[in-house]
Design a protein around this ligand. Structure first.
Ligand SMILES: Cc1ncc(COP(=O)(O)O)c(C=O)c1O
Length: 367
């Protein structure tokens, strides 16, 4: 039965793309007729969830019939202690992704503007466009967000300036001087959103402590997640650090039970799992050094990263994405991320990195 809902749809929604997470390992394995594919595409933690979170989840399962705590009270208290900000400054979200939606719902309307890097994480633009806001994309310079140009792009209708550090898809960071400039250059009519989804992987000792800037900047909103180093992407838990007035605005537009019960329990346990954090950092650092070496030996240029993924430059007229896929390794094609001619590879565990190394050497004819 034909049913054309286009005339019913809001104009802003008509042209929106549907988010595509890339190919699934099962689908690719079936297509290639092989038993096992390696997915190094979504920047998940190859170690899996924290064992403490798994234990807490097992204990909490029998309470799954109960609605979750609407305020995420225990998790907010724990985060408050950990971060040194009051619980009034914390909102737990359905993954960091929800934060960008809530900011858009609460603050954006037709005619408003959002300033972002180009490329950057795609959710910002989708959220802004859903509300009819215009997105001002400011090109990166040498794979880094161009903070002076982003500040220049702020206009009278700019409501959100969104920075990402480390930046997806390049793995580069915003420096302390740049963050300071952004805080100082921010007009009172706009919020400065800082997405720190990969913060826990950063090893650069000079990387700015965003909470330090937050204390002096009421308009700063920091988004973080339990999806990456904490290994809980499937449970969808993130959080926002913001001024209590911003939090109140975001609370008005969130779903009542936006963070499920098991997610809250797992995040609380993962937050205290220092050993899992330490190992996750160690595996990432080790994998990073190893992949740098392999990429150099096989002649692929890459962008040094502060995250758990590496942006790799393809050769002229190369098809690195397709060649890796044919060898059972799924990475993200740069075209989909706004960096044509590149692929983004999630740093894996030893076995995944072995397979990647073998494939890269094979592709480069040095196997
Ligand atoms: C930069 C960045 N921010 C936010 C997210 C979303 O994280 P979450 O799973 O918490 O929604 C991602 C996920 O890939 C990301 O790369």
């Amino acid at each position: 039965m034909d049913f054309d809902v286009t005339p019913l749809m809001r104009e802003e929604v008509r042209d929106l793309p549907v988010y595509s997470p890339g190919r699934s390992p099962e689908e690719v394995a079936r297509e290639l007729g092989i038993s096992h594919c390696v997915k190094m595409a979504s920047n998940e933690n190859p170690l899996g969830p924290s064992p403490l979170a798994l234990r807490a989840l097992a204990e909490a399962l029998p309470t799954a019939h109960l609605y979750p705590d609407v305020d995420c009270h225990r998790l907010r208290e724990a985060l408050s202690l950990r971060l040194g900000v009051t619980a009034e400054c914390l909102l737990v979200t359905h993954g960091a992704d929800e934060a960008f939606d809530l900011l858009a719902y609460a603050f954006l309307e037709r005619g408003d503007e959002v300033v972002v890097g180009d490329p950057t994480f795609s959710s910002y633009e989708l959220a802004a466009r859903t509300m009819g806001a215009a997105v001002r994309r400011v090109p990166l310079r040498e794979y880094r967000q161009d903070i002076p140009a982003m500040l220049e792009a702020i206009g009278a209708r700019t409501k959100l300036v969104i920075l990402c550090s480390p930046l997806n898809p390049t793995g580069t960071t915003v420096s302390a001087a740049e963050l300071e400039a952004a805080v100082e250059g921010l007009p009172r009519s706009a919020l400065l959103v800082l997405d720190e989804a990969y913060l826990e992987y950063v090893t650069d000792p000079e990387h700015p402590e965003s909470l330090h800037y937050f204390r002096d900047c009421a308009g700063m909103v920091i988004a973080r997640t339990f999806s990456k180093i904490y290994g809980l992407a499937g449970l969808r838990v993130g959080y926002v650090v913001c001024h209590p007035a911003v939090r109140e605005a975001l609370e008005k537009v969130k779903l009542p039970f936006n963070v499920n019960r098991l997610g809250q329990v797992a995040a609380l346990a993962a937050l205290d799992d220092e050993e899992h954090l330490r190992r996750s950092r160690e595996v990432n650092e080790h994998g990073k050094r190893r992949l740098y070496g392999v990429l150099e030996e096989t002649g692929f240029a890459y962008v040094p990263t502060q995250a758990n993924f590496i942006l790799v430059k393809d050769r002229d007229r190369g098809d690195l994405y397709g060649e890796l896929l044919r060898r059972g390794i799924i990475v993200r094609a740069g075209e989909a991320l706004g960096v044509p001619g590149h692929v983004r590879i999630t740093i894996g565990d030893e076995a995944q990195n072995d397979r990647l190394e073998e494939a890269l050497r094979d592709i480069a004819g040095k196997g």
